[in-house]
Design a protein around this ligand. Structure first.
Ligand code: SF4
Length: 247
C-alpha cells in the first residue's frame, strides 16, 4: 500500500448527493472491485491501481474549520469517494477530527462507511444528535462479499456495528448499493438495525469480471433490479423500515 501525506487545497466540496462532501482521503484501502470512485485516480498522479494507494489529507480538519465559516450552511456527506473509516483512519483520525468540527456547527451530517471502526466515534454521533450514520451492505452472503469486496469488513461485522449504533440512539440507515447476488435476502438481517434503507442500482461495470469468473447469478439486469428492489422494499416496509429505491 502506497500511503502519501498531502496538503489538500479544499475539503468541503459541493456534491450531487448532498450539498457538500468531505473526503479526508483520496484512495481507499477497501479496494472494492466495483468501486465507482476509481476515476479519482487520474487526479492523483499515482501509477498504482485503485485500492493500492491512499493520499492522506493531513490538513483536512484545519481546512474544514475555515471553509465552514465561509460557506452557506448545508448537508454534509462523509464521504463520497473514499471510506472515511478505512483502516488508515485508526492511525490518522482525520475523519474523527472533521466530525468533531462539524459537531460544533449546526450542519446536518450523513456518515457512510463499510467499517465497524465507525463505532470509535459513537460519542460524537450521540452528543451531536443530528448525525445520521449509514452502513453500506451489498449482500447477505459473506462469500459473495469476499469476491467483490475482499478487503472490506465482513457483512456480520457491519451488521453488528449498525445494530450497536441504532441501539445507542443514533439515526441509522443501510445503503444497499450495488445489489450484489444475495442482496435480495437483506431484509431480515437488517431488521431492527436501521431507521431507513436506500437501494441504489449504481454502475458496477468494473466488476463484470467477478460475475464471469465465479459464474454468479446476474444482478445487473433491469429485470433483477426492478423485481428484487420492489420485493425488498416491500419486505422492509412490512418490518416498519422506510425504503427508497434510486434506480
Ligand atoms: S469502500 Fe467505497 S470508496 Fe472504498 S473501495 Fe469500496 S466502494 Fe470504493
Amino acid at each position: 500500500m502506497m500511503v502519501r501525506e498531502i496538503g489538500a487545497k479544499a475539503i468541503l466540496s459541493t456534491s450531487k448527493v448532498y450539498d457538500y462532501v468531505v473526503n479526508p482521503y483520496t484512495g481507499c484501502e477497501h479496494a472494492c472491485t466495483y468501486c465507482y470512485a476509481r476515476f479519482m485516480k487520474r487526479f492523483t498522479g499515482h501509477a498504482e491501481p485503485w485500492g493500492a494507494f491512499v493520499d492522506v489529507k493531513t490538513n483536512a480538519p484545519e481546512l474544514l474549520e475555515k471553509e465552514l465559516c465561509r460557506k452557506r450552511e448545508g448537508t454534509v456527506w462523509v464521504s463520497g469517494v473514499c471510506d472515511p473509516y478505512q483502516p488508515l483512519e485508526a492511525r490518522y483520525a482525520l475523519t474523527r477530527r472533521c466530525l468533531e468540527i462539524l459537531a460544533r456547527s449546526a450542519w446536518p451530517v450523513f456518515v457512510q462507511t463499510r467499517s465497524p471502526l465507525v463505532l470509535r466515534d459513537l460519542d460524537i454521533f450521540r452528543d451531536a444528535g443530528r448525525f445520521e450514520v449509514g452502513m453500506s451492505v451489498t449482500t447477505a452472503d459473506d462469500t459473495v462479499r469476499s469476491l467483490f469486496e475482499p478487503h472490506a469488513p465482513t457483512i456480520a461485522d457491519r451488521l453488528a456495528a449498525l445494530d450497536a449504533l441504532h441501539r445507542s440512539g443514533v439515526r441509522t440507515y443501510a445503503m444497499i448499493a450495488p445489489m450484489l447476488p444475495g442482496a435480495q435476502n437483506l431484509a431480515e438481517p437488517l431488521a431492527g438495525k436501521a431507521d431507513y434503507v436506500i437501494i441504489d442500482r449504481m454502475n458496477y461495470r468494473h466488476a463484470d469480471w467477478v460475475f464471469r469468473k465465479y459464474r454468479l447469478p446476474d444482478t445487473r439486469t433491469d429485470e433483477f433490479v426492478h423485481r428484487a428492489g420492489r420485493e425488498l422494499a416491500s419486505a422492509f416496509r412490512k418490518l416498519g423500515i422506510a425504503c427508497s429505491i434510486v434506480c
